[in-house]
Design a protein around this ligand. Structure first.
Ligand code: CTP
Length: 402
């Protein structure tokens, strides 16, 4: 009501000013002003009466004729978007790309590029197709995953996306995706007007992670020499300010700047129900991989709410050596938060689960994983990798560049 009265006051005030004028135009203006004033007054009185006479219920057209829908609500069409990628050594940059893609529609379908296609276009991936599938499927913004997707969106595959999968838009990060022949992998989608772009997450890439791992090996070798005391930590924590922490190949340490907004974007924003069975699991969760996903899925099945404690960089270093962790606390937290089985994380959990923590977080069950990769799994993976590498060398073609 107060808003209406203020508008009303302004209407009369300005019309009073106009009364002072003498031209014909002024008279017309006055008539218009009074009309407006009258209109506003009517609206105000109606507002007042409906407020004070609210005990009287006036029948509405729809209550008199319930079967008649005057303005039938149009059912909103579901917008399906498609994003593809290699998702090798899956990191929070990939998860953030999937989050942004999902925000451009109602359903997100993700195409995971086949090992063969990656080999032909980029070189052999670190993670197998199966592992990459597990990682992409675990991301909470993903609705459907297509295995063995092509690296480039061919006209044929694009039409299949439109007709078979009802895709409206094809999404990719704002980094150019150029094929070995120099053409744009998304040219057809762009031409069809069905291409949308998201912002690439700075400060992380699969290449960067491999670089960090290589630095880790180099540092480990230096550490094993007698004068290792002089070594400075060059990873996500403990780097010397002002020092260039890169190596000859241009690989840098983490330049990720954690913001509260990013944490909010990744979090579920919901606490447990009062009667929820809260399961707690803690760990380093460094280089978040398919084994982590498997154990978190398992842990979630033990209760209704999974709280994950991410150990600090210092705790991880103390347990695993000074060259660990490869990913910083915030990077590790984002990867865990993106996992659909996780409800909440403690960013920088203590290594010991105290009685006080159990009380504070109302924890019902503390779980600790014992998942270890068996020799068999490792051999199977290596055999597969060797096989795909053999295939690559047998079918490889000349690609310019070194
Ligand atoms: N992506 C992103 N931010 C990153 C890395 C990737 O937004 N830091 C996006 C890419 O733009 C793409 C999707 O994630 O839309 C999948 O990327 P992928 O095919 O795995 O390869 P790259 O772009 O080469 O990513 P990376 O270098 O990390 O392997």
């Amino acid at each position: 009501m107060s808003i209406l009265l203020i508008i009303l006051g302004q209407g009369f005030g300005s019309s009073e000013k106009m009364v002072g004028g003498s031209s014909g135009q002024g008279d017309q203006g006055q008539v218009l002003q009074r009309l407006m004033g009258g209109l506003l007054l009517t609206v105000a009185i109606f507002g007042l009466s409906s407020h004070y006479l609210s005990f009287i219920s006036f029948p509405t057209i729809t209550s008199l004729f319930p079967a008649i829908t005057l303005f039938p609500k149009k059912k909103k069409k579901t917008v399906r978007v498609y994003m593809d990628g290699c998702f090798d050594l899956m990191h929070y940059g990939h998860a953030n790309a999937l989050r942004q893609a999902r925000a451009l529609g109602d359903e997100l379908v993700v195409g995971v590029v086949s090992d063969e296609e990656i080999i032909a276009n980029k070189g052999p991936p670190v993670m197998s197709m199966d592992e990459r599938m597990v990682m992409v499927s675990s991301v909470k913004w993903v609705d459907k995953v297509i295995a063995d997707a092509p690296y480039a969106i061919t006209e044929e595959f694009m039409n299949k996306l439109f007709t078979e999968y009802n895709i409206d838009y094809i999404i990719h990060g704002d980094d150019p995706c150029i094929l070995p022949d120099g053409s744009d992998a998304y040219a057809h989608a762009k031409k069809a007007g069905r291409y949308k772009q998201i912002k690439r997450t700075e400060g992380v890439s699969s290449t960067d992670i491999v670089g960090r791992m290589l630095l880790c090996v180099r540092d480990r070798q230096i550490l094993e020499t007698p004068n290792h005391a002089s070594l400075q930590r060059q990873f996500s924590h403990g780097s010397t300010p002002g020092q260039d922490n890169g190596n000859a190949s241009g690989t840098r340490i983490s330049h990720f700047l954690p913001t509260s907004r990013r944490i909010v974007q990744f979090s579920n924003g919901k606490g447990p129900r009062p009667d929820a069975r809260i399961v707690y699991m803690d760990g380093a969760f460094d280089l978040f991989h398919a084994g982590h996903v498997e154990i978190l899925k398992c842990a979630r099945d033990y209760g209704d709410f999974l709280l994950v404690g991410i150990h600090t960089d210092q705790t991880v270093s103390a347990h695993r050596g000074p060259h660990h962790p490869i990913m910083s606390l915030h990077e590790r937290s984002l990867s865990v938060l993106a996992c659909r089985y996780v409800d909440e994380v403690i960013i920088g959990a203590p290594s010991e689960v105290t009685k006080d923590m159990i009380k504070t977080f109302n924890i019902s069950l503390v779980l600790h994983g014992t998942v270890q990769e068996s020799e068999g799994v490792r051999n199977k993976r290596n055999e597969k990798k060797a096989e795909s590498e053999k295939k690559y060398y047998a079918t490889k073609q000349f690609v310019t560049g070194d």
